[in-house]
Ligand binder design. Structure first.
Ligand code: FDA
Length: 405
């Protein structure tokens, strides 16, 4: 326990031992900085542990640092360009390879560990060890005050002095494993602006009564094209959709949720690439099967059965169905328009969009307008797509910051 009369002194205190904080602390330590890493949670890097279904989707090979707007959102997606260019997916792959961590690629450039997320936590802790990082966990930070030539911190393990403070406390998602608004409060305390935080990569919910006909489909997954927004604002994803008791989830919905704003309709093509209007017109000429059975060629049978319940004109053999009814059916399946009532919130959101306004930060070092105070990782208004982009931002922003400490 440090002596309260003579505070421990460090070049930098990194607050938050998650992805960004662990990585930043290790790199800075190895560059020669005396670093203290603190976290209030009992367990280290719980979010890494549960990530990627327990296998950690640690980066994405498709990331193009020259075009960050393709995979990142925020008020200024160009902000992350410099950091992403200086620490790339290839750099992190090289690190994981040096640590002998086996991994594999899933679809769309997503890289996962072969064994478990624990491999990555062990690697980051080993890198901190190699950098001589002092790690206090659990340790709460009660106060941070600027002293003119650095910062004085009051922590549950005593007072600390540091030349620099790095805030790596992440966003608000999954409070039950330690997420807090600490980073936003520190920003506000030092007069830095925030982009309002909101849940992102999150399942969407619908009005109970409107959703009742679809709630029976809970558990059903199918590939779709999903869209939101108009003209220049339009975003679309080709991914899997998952029905839930309260609404929609799955990669398609998680991705679109980051772009969805309250009141906006979603448009979903439940049979992408099929050309349903023509397919049904053809079926009418050759088949006497019930429409639901015909439809089951192109969409899952459970969906076909539930879907035709919406209109009596669809509950008959295809050869007896009217042309208009078939066109209507094709159009409804190919362009299902629906307005979510909300999201499942921070309890289920994989990330928090919004955060510390990037206009307050240097894109080279992540230092804020308040000298010696840095923000890295998810606490910043930079949000990646599903697929390893958020971890790559944590690594890259942590690396950029570490060079400056
Ligand atoms: P992170 O949340 O990792 O760490 C913040 C740390 O700060 C925590 O250890 C917390 O305890 C600590 N802290 C908070 N408040 C504090 C306080 N007041 N005092 C002290 N410490 C405090 N991304 C990806 O790229 N690939 C993936 O596979 C996944 N999978 C995934 C699954 C699930 C279920 C979730 C919830 C999220 C993901 N993500 C993901 C997102 C990814 O986990 C996330 O973007 C990064 O962990 C963000 O890294 P940070 O270091 O910024 O925050």
């Amino acid at each position: 326990m440090p002596d309260a009369a003579s505070p421990d002194s460090f070049d930098a205190v990194v607050i938050g031992a998650g992805a960004a904080g662990l990585f930043c602390a290790g790199v800075a330590g190895q560059l020669g900085a005396r670093v203290l890493l603190v976290d209030h949670a009992e367990k280290v890097a719980e979010k890494i542990r549960i990530s990627g279904g327990g296998r950690c989707n640690f980066t994405n090979r498709d990331l193009d640092p020259r075009a960050p707007h393709k995979h990142f959102l925020g008020a200024n997606p160009q902000f992350c360009r410099s950091a992403l260019a200086r620490y790339t997916p290839a750099d992190f792959i090289a690190l994981a390879t040096r640590h002998g961590i086996p991994f594999h690629e899933k679809h769309k450039g997503q890289l996962f560990g072969d064994r478990s997320s624990d491999d990555f936590i062990r690697m980051l802790l080993a890198e901190c060890g190699a950098g001589g990082v002092t790690h206090w966990q659990p340790c709460a930070v009660h106060d941070i005050a600027a002293t003119g030539d650095g910062y004085a911190l009051q922590t549950s393990r005593g007072p600390v002095q540091a030349g620099a403070v790095v805030i790596a406390t992440g966003g608000l998602s999954i409070p039950k494993i330690g997420a807090t608004d600490f980073g936003y409060r520190v920003a506000q305390k030092f007069g830095l602006r925030l982009a309002p935080p909101r849940p992102a990569l999150v399942p969407l919910t619908f009005d109970g009564e409107d959703w009742a006909p679809f709630a029976q489909l809970a558990g059903l997954a199918l590939p779709v094209r999903i869209e939101v927004g108009e003209k220049k604002e339009r975003m679309a994803f080709d991914e899997d959709l998952l029905f839930t008791h309260r609404g929609l989830s799955g990669p398609a919905v998680l991705q679109i949720s980051s772009y969805w704003r309250e009141g906006q309709p979603l448009r979903i093509d439940l049979a992408p690439g099929v050309g349903l209007a023509d397919a049904l017109a053809q079926a009418k000429l050759r088949s006497r099967k019930l429409l639901a059975n015909e439809l089951a060629q192109w969409v899952p049978a459970r969906l076909a059965d539930a879907w035709v319940q919406q209109d009596a004109a669809w509950q008959r053999p295809v050869n007896e169905a009217g042309d208009k009814a078939l066109q209507h059916l094709a159009q409804r399946l190919a362009r299902w328009e629906l307005v979510p009532t909300g999201t499942e919130g921070y309890r289920k959101a994989e990330v928090t969009a919004g955060g510390v306004d990037t206009r307050e930060l240097s894109s080279q070092t992540m230092e804020s307008r308040q000298p010696g105070l840095y923000f890295i990782g998810e606490v910043v208004d930079v949000t990646g797509w599903l697929g390893g982009y958020n971890f790559q931002w944590a690594w890259a922003s942590g690396y950029a910051c570490a060079q400056a400490l």
